[in-house]
Ligand binder design. Structure first.
Ligand code: FES
Length: 144
């Protein structure tokens, strides 16, 4: 689908269907829109953070068909037909997972380049996040 962009140029939009944390979504996405921006701004999954936007910090990591990806480096259209899991997917309804609760309790900034439901493994605290992230990670590994 072609339309006019904000600057008057031609904007190329594509139909994307994907499942995020078990919920089906269908939307029109600009070809250049990153998966991170699509998740945050178009679908409201704001747990996907953006830091460097260069694939270095890992703040934007999500699971795309069970593989961790830097969503700032993936176009939203590449997620067509995919299963995506964001950090919100760790919760059980309104109940936070042990990992989420520990991060909340320790005011930890989620800057990780791989997270796993079984807390403690695959989590890497980077630079400024380390003072709060590491205690939260240990608490989560103990079960809260
Ligand atoms: S925002 Fe830093 S790796 Fe994506």
């Amino acid at each position: 689908m072609k339309g006019e962009g904000e600057a008057g140029g031609v904007m190329d939009r594509h139909q994307v269907r994907l499942r995020v944390n078990g919920t089906e979504h269908e939307l029109l996405v600009e070809a250049r829109r990153t998966l991170a921006d699509m998740l945050r701004h178009d679908l409201g999954y704001t747990g996907t953070n953006v830091g460097c936007e260069h694939g270095i910090c890992g703040a934007c990591t999500v699971r795309l068909d069970d593989a961790p990806v830097r969503s700032c480096l993936v176009f939203g259209v590449q997620a067509d037909g995919a299963e995506v899991r964001t950090v919100e997917g760790l919760a059980d309804g309104d109940d936070l997972s042990d990992l989420q609760q520990a991060f909340r309790d320790h005011h930890a900034m989620r800057v990780l380049h791989a997270w796993l439901p079984d807390a403690g493994r695959g989590i890497f605290c980077r630079t400024r996040a380390r003072p709060t992230c590491a205690p939260a990670r240990r608490a989560a590994a103990r079960g809260g």
